[in-house]
Design a binder for this molecule. Sequence first.
Ligand SMILES: Cc1cc2nc3c(=O)[nH]c(=O)nc-3n(C[C@H](O)[C@H](O)[C@H](O)COP(=O)(O)OP(=O)(O)OC[C@H]3O[C@@H](n4cnc5c(N)ncnc54)[C@H](O)[C@@H]3O)c2cc1C
Length: 380
Amino acid sequence: MNFELNQDQINIRDHLNELLKDVCTPQYAQECDEQQKPPREAFDALAKNGWLGIIGPEEYGGAGGSPLDLAVMLDVLGYHFEELGLWVFRNLTYGCHAIMKHGTQAQKDLIVPKVIKGELSVCFGLTEPDSGSDASALTTKAIQDGDDYIINGRKVYTSGMDISDYCILVTRTKSLEKKQQGITNFFIDTKLPGIEVKKLATLGQRAIGTTEVFYNEVRTPASSILGELDQGWRGADNYLCYERLCLSAARTGAARAAYEFALEHAKTRIQFGKPIGKFQAVSHKLAEMRMMLDIAQTMVYRYAWLVEHGKDTRQDAAVLKLYTSESYKSIADMSLQILGGYGYCMEYPLQRFFRDSRLATIGGGTSEIQKNIIASSLGL
Ligand SMILES: Cc1cc2nc3c(=O)[nH]c(=O)nc-3n(C[C@H](O)[C@H](O)[C@H](O)COP(=O)(O)OP(=O)(O)OC[C@H]3O[C@@H](n4cnc5c(N)ncnc54)[C@H](O)[C@@H]3O)c2cc1C
């Protein structure tokens, strides 16, 4: 196992930093958050410079990169603006990884080249009002009607649905004894008649945020099924594990940005005649954060290596998600504390990291559920 970045990965990191320091400044990230506007200009700049093709197959115009290449990229995006990283991760996980893994030739041809060019966006609709952690208990129904399926139900927290062209929608096509059976994934057009999208007000993630979606007699062709009929749970679970790599990478980058802001403040803020970083209570917080960042980054690289070599397990993904989420939450909290009153003011970015990081231990499977997954493999 080699965690050292190769020259190509160092180039990915350096070139992206160079681009984003101009097109995704801290002021721009703050504006997007305050005005609740998606970072479209930064997203378009990534597309224009070919970055959205990082894991796309070469025959579709992509770079054919590895999961580690993607992790390096999402770390940089998360460092500059977490929600930009999350937008890109959703497109690449659901519009590229999932389609390349389970899509038909027609679906691949239709979607992947456009995702690579940044011409369309894709989101994921799994969670429902009555099935969150118990995700496979979902009840949104898809019933066959000739060559089509009719979908009825309600999803919550479909992030980015209002800016997406397609959604991977997880539905129930059969009620069987085991709730994981009888589930089918559809790759649906988000503008189909009968779909109503309502934006939800949230603590953080305000630039893109999340939505509630109502499906009322939505007709979609059978050709929009992604993967096998009634066997969709395995696909959804695979996408969630890939998602955990992407979220962990982007959030480790965001955690580093919060840490660096606090470190700089600790060097320059004078109290009692010296920089506050000279006080052990402050310097120990920074030392702890530095340690957590090192561990988180190593874990991201390790898991990316496992995925690339086909050795990853659900438990590995859960260990990764649990640690990187909890450490991001702690780092954002400690960084805010180091800024004192400035940390609490909307003018400074620490409040945004604090709000955004709070989702890390909830979205994509809560920390409690990650612990359940890990514990289930311990032979207890
Ligand atoms: C901003 C935001 C964006 C999101 N984006 C998406 C998205 O794009 N697509 C999507 O499909 N979903 C998305 N989600 C949904 C997210 O994954 C769920 O919120 C999460 O899985 C938890 O489900 P829940 O909110 O229903 O909480 P619940 O399942 O009701 O859990 C409530 C509490 O009980 C605990 N709990 C529940 N069961 C157990 C158990 N067995 N053992 C121990 N503790 C347990 C949980 O850990 C939690 O602390 C998003 C959520 C948010 C808030």
